[in-house]
Write a protein that binds this ligand. Sequence first.
Ligand code: ADP
Ligand code: NI
Length: 228
Amino acid sequence: MDRQEIIEKTELFVKQILSKDSTGHDWWHIHRVRNLAKRIAREEGADIFIVELAALLHDIGDYKFFQGDEETGAVKVREWLSSLEIPPLFIDKIVEITSKISFMHTLPAKGERSNKKNFPIPTLSKELMAVTDADRLDAMGAIGIARAFTYGGFFNRPIYDPAIKPSKSITKEEYKITEAPSINHFYEKLLKLKDMMHTKLGRKMAKRRHRFLNLFLKQFFKEWKGKM
Ligand code: ADP
Ligand code: NI
């Protein structure tokens, strides 16, 4: 099987799994992340084949689909890749990316102190950096806003409730089970992403998307108070 065939087969496999998703993990999220990750990868000199496969598979094993289980995802990704003719070293690299990409992993566990140490470790591979930045960029800006409310709606979360304050130092456990309004997610995740980019292009794009998130919030609260 040549590389193009492997990519096409994987694309079909992913499309089939995610076609009915309404939590913000739909096929078009994968499509955007894949394109952006490839663009970043080219600038960083990362391996495009690994980046493209990892981007395609990055949400297949999301713990949210497996009642919070974080291991099942890696098994599913490995199973799929093993069914294709891909060298084991490549498989390991791709599984590493899909297992480490999650924002949740950067949060402190219960009882752990939240500090800079919990943020990305500098020894990440170029491929992991490209896919992670692309995935995080898709949670920011206009698209990120649309996705946050889609997710919130799917899980019956209110848009906003002034009585429920965002958690300043949310832990991994709290993040997994939160039922807070969607606006809180901006403070618990989306506004933090700008400072969590690994690549030059990622940082540049995140800056602009971050600005748009702030603009939206400003307008949102003006309208909430009936000022505008
Ligand atoms: P990804 O897998 O793309 O990194 P997630 O799995 O964390 O993203 O979530 C999918 C989308 O839903 C993202 O855009 C994310 O910001 C959003 N989302 C996740 N948790 C919440 C939440 N509690 N409230 C609102 N939006 C959320
Ligand atoms: Ni994603």
